[in-house]
Design a protein around this ligand. Sequence first.
Ligand code: ARG
Length: 402
Amino acid sequence: MAGRVVLAYSGGLDTSVAVHWMTAELGGEVIAVAVDVGQEADFEAIRQRALAAGAVEAVVVDAKDEFAADFIAPSLAANALYEGRYPLVSALSRPVIVRHLVAEARRHGAGAVAHGCTGKGNDQVRFEVGTRALAPDLDILAPVRVWGMTREATIAYAEKHDLPITISRDRIYSIDENLWGKAIECGILEDPWAAPPEDVFSLTVPTATEPVELVVGFEAGVPVSLDGTPLRLVDLIAKVGAVAGSTGFGRVDMVEGRRVGIKSREVYECPASLALIAAHQDLEGLTLERDVAHEKLRLEPRFAELAYDGMWFSPLREAISAFVTSTQQHVTGEVRLRFLPGGGLDVVGRRSPVGLYDHGLATYDAADSFRHEDAEGFVRIFGLGVKTWAAGQRRGLTGEST
Ligand code: ARG
């Protein structure tokens, strides 16, 4: 007896079969929860599909603003790119989904949460570690990991029980999408040598024939305006994505190291996230003090790893975020992005009311405020240790004593 179970429901084949399977095989009462994190979907149709599959209740949660404010913004502040390239699209949405699974479990008095992940991926890790962090008392069910059905068998199960699935036997790609981008897997992409066919792309289809410029305004590390017009973060991300994507910018094709030890070929479309990270990194160049900037660079990959590994709700991720937040106080200003037809991006300008660029110090023109005579002593003492070492080496070679 599984009792009441809150299932993270996508409307796809696996989670639809999971609703029926947990009801029929485990005697559970399934509450399906679909979370809107900005994916392209008809949520009312998804809700109806969950009920038709046997859910006792189906809930749709619009978490777009929360996703942007609590997960995307901190990740952008950390310029988070897993393995230097992947802006954590799926990894960021799982913790917000977990937050709502736990909230719905409390609201409905459920004793367990469930997800439709397989045993091979990262998402199971994120769902389960996240749930244990927020609600250590809840049980976790992973029906897809235990039912042992192939994809064919899963489709046959759905057909046998008349489950309303929209998936056809020849649908080839596995897709996960949200405000921060899109992940595309499976099919021909499982051959890391095979170039991705054009038809896998939807957010980065190049149509622009001229360069396009966008001015992104930031306040304390958060993007707040485009070309001078204030925008809600969710709308700003969508707008940047549309402009950047129309030039073909934002594709990533990589072999990635999953938490579970598997290397996998991943294709991503991330026009908004990669453009905003480029702009944010550039503005930090202007506004962060040198030592702070360098220390932050050391922590950024760790932040990305923790988020990727499902450790969003962990003391270390929170401590790194606290450091990042304290660095962002003066990351305020504007960045000029120029997107080039064919997918290129140049950052061509930046300015800030609190920038650290001092023209009087930096200029090579005659009229400057820098005290050149101070440099001589500074450089001499800076190099003293190396000079002393070199002199010792030479004595060692020639056998002289001090
Ligand atoms: N490899 C990426 C990640 O681990 C994408 C996962 C996509 N998830 C999916 N269910 N298709 O974050």
